[in-house]
Design a binder for this molecule. Sequence first.
Ligand code: PMP
Length: 298
Amino acid sequence: MALIPFDDRDGFIWYDGKLIPWRAAQLHVLSHGLHYASSVFEGERVYGGAIFKLRQHSQRLIDSARILGFELPYSCAEIEAASNAVVRAQGIKDGYVRPIAWRGAEQMGVAAQAAKIHVAIAVWEWPAYFSPDAKMKGIRMSWAKWARPAPHTAPTAAKAAGLYMICTLCKHDAEAAGYDDALMLDWRGQVAEGTGANIFLVIDGVLHTPTPDCFLDGLTRQTVIALARARQLTVVERAIMPEEFAKAQEVFVTGTAAEVTPVAEIGQYRFTPGKVCKTLMDDFDRAVRSETSSVGAA
Ligand code: PMP
C-alpha cells in the first residue's frame, strides 16, 4: 500500500483557533517544540463519527502541557469542540485524531518563557494499527534495548513528544528484526509497556498489569480494567518481572491505536490468544461503539 505523505493531503486542520487547508498547516524550523521537545500530544479514535473518551483525552493534553510547564490557550471544552469540528470537516466516520501543542519560535534556547503556545488538531482515516492477521494470531514482540526512565529522570506522566525518542528507537529495532513491536522494561528491570501500548498478562484466569508509575496510564488500559472487573475478572496492578511471562497463558496490549491486541510472542516466550483476550476484545469493540455521550458536548 502506497504511503500518502502526511503533509500532502486534502482537507482541513484546526490550527491555533481555526480550520485551515491541510497543506498550509506548517510551523517555522526554529520552533522550540522541534529543537527542545517542548511538545505534548494526544491520540484518539473516532468510531462511527464519535471520538471515544474525548473529554479524558482533551484533559490529558492540558495536563501533559502543565507537566511541561505551559498552559494551553484553550479550555477543555474548546479543545473538544475543535476536535469535533475537524472530524466533521474531514467527514471521518472511523479514524484517528491527533491534537498537538508546542512552544513556538519566539525564543530560541533552552529557556523559552516567551514562546507562544500553539495547538493543532488533525484527523485522518485510520484502520487497525496492527494487521488484521496480528489481531487474530497475536503480535510478535522483541525485548527493547532502551528502558523507560525513572519518574525523577523525565516527566513520565505526560504524553510528551520527548519521551517517544526511545520508543521510535525500539520500534525501529524490532521492525528491522522482523517483529511487530518491542517490550520495554523500566529502569528497575520491571515490565513496563510496548512502544505505544500498555500490557496485560493472564495467569490462571487472573489479569496482571504493571503499576503505571513511570509510563502512561493509558485510557484504553483503564477502560479494559473496568470491562474486566465488570466480567468479575480479578485485575491486579503490581510490579511484574520479565520472567513472569513464563507463567502467562495469554498476553495482550492495549492502546488507542492498538485497541486490544493479543501478543503471540515476546522473546523466548509464547502465548496463545484465548478466551480472556477474545472476551475483552469484543467488550472493548462494544464499548467504543456505544459511548457517544462525550460527542458534541462542547
Ligand atoms: N503507552 C504509550 C507509550 C503510548 O503511546 C500509548 C498510546 N497513547 C499508551 C501507552 C496507551 O494509552 P491510551 O490507551 O490512552 O491510548
